[in-house]
Ligand binder design. Sequence first.
Ligand code: FE2
Ligand code: FE2
Length: 484
Amino acid sequence: MTCHRLVRRSIAVGGILAVALTSASPVLAVAAHDIVPGVIAAYSLAAPRSEAPSGLVARAVVPAGAPCPSLRTTRAADGSTRFVHMAVRPTPARTSPAFDAITVCSAPMPVGLTDASISGVVVPATMPTAVDRLAMLGDSGCRISSWQVQDCASDIAWPLARIAQSVADEHPDAVLFNGDFFYREAPCPAGSQALCGSSPPPVTGLPFTDSAYGWIADTLLPMAPMLSAAPLIITRGNHEACYRGGNGFFLLFDPREGTQDTCAPVSTTAGLVAADTVPTPTYAIDLTVSKGRTLRLAIVDSAGGADNAVTAFAAVQRPAYVQAADLTRPRRGRESWLLTHRPLYGFITSQFAQPGVPFNPWGSMDQAAAADGLLGNYAMVFSSHMHIAQSVQLPGLPGQLILGNAGTLLDPTTGYPLPTAGPQISASQGYPAPSWGWVGVRFGYAMASPQADSSSWRIMMKDPDGGTFARCGLANRELFCRDL
Ligand SMILES: [Fe+2]
Ligand SMILES: [Fe+2]
C-alpha cells in the first residue's frame, strides 16, 4: 500500500483514528491522525504551575465547525508519540456573533516531552531549561480609531509582521509580550480607505470593539512566526480592557483555565454593557537561567486605571502589587522582574501637554500609587504602554524598562527632557527624582541575555529587521541604555 493510497483511504472512510490504528506504517499513521486542515494559529502559553505542571498550556485556533486538533507529543522517557485531546475553550458569554467564526482549543502541556506539534505546526513543548535569550516587546496592533489611522497594509508604517519574523529568527528561549495587542477599535473612516479599508470593523451593537476577525488581522496572522517560536509570557494591556479587546484576550491569550468570561458583557435592563475592568490575580512564571539561578516574573494585570491622575482605582489595583511582592520574596538564587503593562515611572513627551493644564510628565499615576512601597523585590520593572522605548532610573528603585514600540503608531520623537521630580502620588507622597533616563522612539523589540553576575543582564534594542540600535545593561537594579 502506498502512502498516497493510504491517505486517500483515510478520507474515504472518514475515520482518521481508525486509519491510524489499522495502518501498517506508524509514521504515516501519525501524519494522518495529526493533520486537521485550516489551523489558524497554534502556540504555547507560559502558565502558573497550578494550571499546568509543565508550565505550559497549548492553544490552537481553528475555523468554527472544525474539530479541535490533537496535540501531538513525543515523550522524553521512551521517544513514544502520544496524542493529547485539546478541549474547546468556551467563547465568552454574550459576545455572539463577535467570535462565532473561530473555535479556540486548549490543553495543559504534559510533563516530560521532547517536542510537540499541532496539526503540523511545531509548538514549544517545554519551558526553557537554560535561558540565554529572551525576546521582549509590547504594543503591536494597527491603530484604527475615529481620530487616528495607521496604514495597516504597509509593513513600513505597521511593521509588526517584520518584527514577529525577526523575533522568530532570534530563536528566543521565551517571548515576553507586555500587552496592547488590539487596536482596530473603529470602522476604517471613509477618508482613510486606502490605509485600512480591508480591516474588519467592530460588531455593531456590542459593548466592546474586538472580534475574531479583528484578532486574526491584528495578532494571529502578523505574529504567526513569533507565536510558535517560544513559550509566550503575556500581560494584559489597557487595550484589552473589557470595553475594548478584553474578550478576545481572555479567549485567546490568558493561560488560565476558566477565565474566558472575565470580560463577558453584563445583561441589564438597558441591554448589554461592558464588564468592569478590574485586575485579575497576579501570578508568577519561573525561568531557569542556569544551575542555581532562576528569574521569577511577576505578571500584574494593569489594564485598568488612570494615567494622568491618582484616582480611587489605585486602591483597587494595589492588591495585585501586594500579591506580586508576596510571590517574589527574596530567595537564594532567585531574581525577580515585575511585568506590568502600564509603567510605574515612565515619562511622556511634553508634546502631550494639554493647553491650560499643568503638565505632569509621568504616566500611569494610578499604577505608581498602587505599587508605592512594594518594589523592593525587583531587579527590574518591564512595561510597555508608552509607544516608545525608554529606560528610567529612580534612586533606590528597580530600573524601569519600557518597550511599547512593536508596531502601534509611535509617540512623538521629541520632547523628553528628564523630569526634575518623581511621580507625585499625593500631597505628601512622591517617588524620588530620576537620576537617569534614555528614550528611543523607533519601532522594534529587545533581546535580553543574562550576564555572569547574578541579576545582571545585557539588553539589546533591535529595529524591525533585527539591527541593533541601542544597548542596555542591568546590574544591581540599575538599568542604563545608550544609543549605538
Ligand atoms: Fe498602547
Ligand atoms: Fe497601553
